[in-house]
Design a protein around this ligand. Structure first.
Ligand code: FAS
Ligand code: PHB
Length: 387
């Protein structure tokens, strides 16, 4: 089989790239290791930057987002028992949209099915070959081995995918920071007891109050990396969550079962460059941010938009310049998001260790809550820097 672009990975990055390429008349084959249901079952991001919404509009997949997405003009920072609003809209003229990654993925899956562009789910043993020359991709499906020749490969297969691992180790520079805690997340069906997201920094640890709709909440607490889901029963989670976000909320949390409960480690990670020959990495395949800045999905979207623009100008005008500048263009935006996500994580979580860092953290948060200029810096980064 031959095609123009093989897309490895059917998460939001791979699906969005496939949709943008299809609308530009560029053929792609999408290979996803898991089933569609499995991909939809992963509960992840919840906040979309306005730039992300624009790209989804451009891709023709924003109808449901326009009607069901929640517009948020601010976020709250909880600190030592009080909550302070960061007025995103007033400070930047922009708002964010709360619309779960699962729904973005669902909309993109529906669009791909409607486009008729080929996708293979449960594609096993995807292997990339000759990525510096004439790329070939092999995979197993239905017990048979398949081979595809293509012009380009888009590695959209996430942090644990095969694409980044297909680049010779000496051709990549890796930058990484791990954090000594994780996030325990719970999805539950009750009306949010908060109007806007609350990022709460307490002496007991961080907590985040988010939502998916007017009837469904998504909440997180900082937890130890060795914690197990079994020891975090729902009553224990909600009791701890309430102690961290505030007694006014704690007193009103209903006793409802979790629809989903998971623990995710936090990591800052960037692999440079994002291009190796005819292979282009995009999204979590190239970088990871701690979710404190709500950047992961949004960064995947900007990578994909830049790659789509590069491929479109290659196929339309035979100009390789977009592809040649892809990695540098992505990395500038990636590092600004890495910085913001690291800063938000550093300031709002309880870190073990030296007293000096603890005082600096206190000074950072106090300054943030007192200074309109500091709040404008947070707001500009939270709504997302220009694409
Ligand atoms: P994804 O990981 O979503 O998709 C990659 C796809 O490739 C997967 O479907 C995988 O099955 C497939 N794949 C992997 N290996 C393959 C192979 N060898 N062959 C074929 N397919 C293969 N971001 C936020 O903004 N806010 C959050 O709250 C947030 N929470 C997160 C929680 C967790 C547990 C994780 C892991 C991430 C979270 N993120 C969050 C970040 C997340 O939203 C990612 O940024 C987003 O999923 C990136 O999308 P993709 O790059 O498409 O990668
Ligand atoms: C979420 O709703 O899952 C969410 C929102 C904002 C974040 C992280 C996660 O920073």
């Amino acid at each position: 089989m031959k095609t123009q672009v093989v897309i490895v990975g059917g998460g939001p990055a791979g699906l969005l790239l496939g949709q943008l390429l299809h609308r530009a008349g560029i053929a792609s084959l999408l290979l996803e290791r898991r089933s569609g249901d499995y991909v939809l079952g992963r509960i992840r991001a919840g906040v979309l930057e306005p730039g992300t919404v624009d790209v989804l509009e451009h891709a023709g997949v924003a109808d449901r987002l326009r009607t069901e997405g929640l517009t948020h003009d601010g976020v709250e920072i909880g600190y030592r028992g009080t909550r302070h609003r960061i007025a995103l809209k007033e400070l930047t003229g922009k708002h964010v949209t709360v619309y779960g990654q699962t729904e973005v993925t669902r909309d993109l899956m529906a669009a791909r099915a409607a486009s008729g562009a080929p996708s293979v789910y449960e594609a096993e043993d995807v292997t990339l070959a000759d990525i510096g020359g004439t790329p070939r991709v092999t995979y197993r499906h239905g017990g048979k081995l398949h081979e595809v020749q293509c012009d380009f490969i888009a590695g959209c297969d996430g942090f644990h995918g095969v694409s980044r691992r297909s680049v010779p180790a000496d051709a990549l520079s890796v930058f990484e920071r791990t954090y000594p805690f994780g996030w325990l997340g719970v999805l539950a069906d009750f009306a949010p007891l908060w109007r806007e997201l609350i990022y709460a920094a307490s002496d007991r640890g961080f907590a985040l109050a988010s939502m998916r709709s007017e009837t469904r909440v998504r909440c997180y607490i900082q937890c130890d990396l060795n914690d197990s889901l079994e020891e975090w029963t729902e009553p224990r989670f909600w009791e701890e969550f309430g102690r961290r976000v505030g007694s006014d909320i704690a007193a009103r949390i209903p006793s409802v079962p979790a629809l989903e409960k998971s623990i995710a480690p936090l990591r800052s990670f960037v692999a440079e460059p994002l291009r190796f020959g005819k292979l282009f990495l995009a999204g979590d395949a190239a970088h990871i941010v701690p979710p404190t800045g709500a950047k992961g999905l949004n960064l995947a979207v900007s990578d994909v938009f830049y790659l789509y623009e590069g491929l479109r100008s290659f196929y339309r005008g035979n100009s390789a310049s977009g592809l040649d500048h892809y990695s540098a263009r992505c990395l500038r935006r990636i590092w600004h998001s890495e910085r913001f996500s690291w800063w938000m994580t550093r300031q709002l979580h309880q870190f073990p260790g030296d007293a000096f860092d603890g005082r600096i953290q206190q000074a950072e948060v106090e300054y943030l809550l007192e200074s309109r200029a500091a709040q404008a810096v947070l707001a500009e980064n939270y709504v997302g820097l220009p694409l």
